[in-house]
Design a protein around this ligand. Structure first.
Ligand code: ZN
Length: 246
């Protein structure tokens, strides 16, 4: 059970780390997005500046032509062209102004997102070192428990161990169940009275299984006087480790 707990602890770390990585990636992509928007704005700005220049150039040309105009009609037509071009200039200048305002906004956004990224990096660095410490503690526990298990397992006859492990595989690593109140604590099924009586006999050599979940049953006679953790020495039952329920 302790090994299962440690393995479950270890299994949570990849997800936690992935969440931290995702947090950084999100903050980075916000910086990238505001920078890309800024670049696009600057490009537009250049284009509108060029537009303004080109329309101004046209106006200059039209005005140069004025001196050669002979008829009133042609003069009016040219005036009209000049007005059109000036309207275009003013439109391009409006767009230019919009882009400049947007550009300031993107500047603010870049700064804000860069600040958020820095903060996220700081937080993640802290979280990450906490996780690393937890993980290395869990790795140590795992190694220690595996060693402890190897020691215990070495004393168990091979066929019994095989039996134990087959049940274990079927039941998520838990192949023993304590009997309490005449019930299997793993599945809640009642143990037949005559089986329970058999289990309570101190001279029994038999192994009992839950009829429902097939786990190996063990029973610890409740102690009348409080005698905490004194059960280990006599070795009569299979169950020395598990009465504490932790
Ligand atoms: Zn059961």
């Amino acid at each position: 059970m302790r090994l299962n707990d440690v393995r479950a602890r270890l299994a949570t770390f990849p997800k936690k780390i992935a969440e931290l990585d995702a947090r950084i990636a999100k903050a980075k992509s916000e910086v990238d997005q505001s920078k890309a928007a800024q670049t696009a704005t600057l490009k537009d700005r250049k284009k509108y500046e060029l537009d303004v220049e080109q329309w101004k150039e046209k106006v200059r040309k039209y005005k140069d032509q004025t001196s050669q105009i002979k008829t009133n009609e042609a003069y009016k037509a040219l005036q009209h062209e000049v007005q059109m071009a000036e309207a275009e200039i003013s439109k391009a200048e409006d767009r230019l102004l919009e882009q400049m305002v947007a550009s300031e906004e993107y500047d603010r956004r870049i700064k804000a997102s860069e600040k958020s990224l820095k903060e996220a990096e700081e937080i993640v660095r802290g979280e990450r070192s906490k996780i690393d410490a937890e993980k290395s503690a869990a790795d140590q526990d795992l190694a220690q428990l595996n060693a402890e298990r190897a020691r215990v397992v070495a004393e168990i006859p091979e066929d019994l161990l095989d039996h134990y492990e087959r049940i274990s595989k079927r039941h998520g690593g838990i192949s023993l169940a304590e009997v309490r109140d005449e019930k299997c604590t793993a599945c809640g099924m009642r143990v037949r009275p005559h089986v329970f009586q058999e289990m309570r006999r101190t001279d029994t050599k038999e192994m009992f299984h839950c009829e429902t979940c097939t786990r190996i049953l063990y029973y610890i006679e409740p102690v009348a006087a409080p005698a905490p953790s004194a059960t280990q020495a006599n070795g009569a039952s299979v169950s020395a480790t598990s009465s504490s329920d932790s």
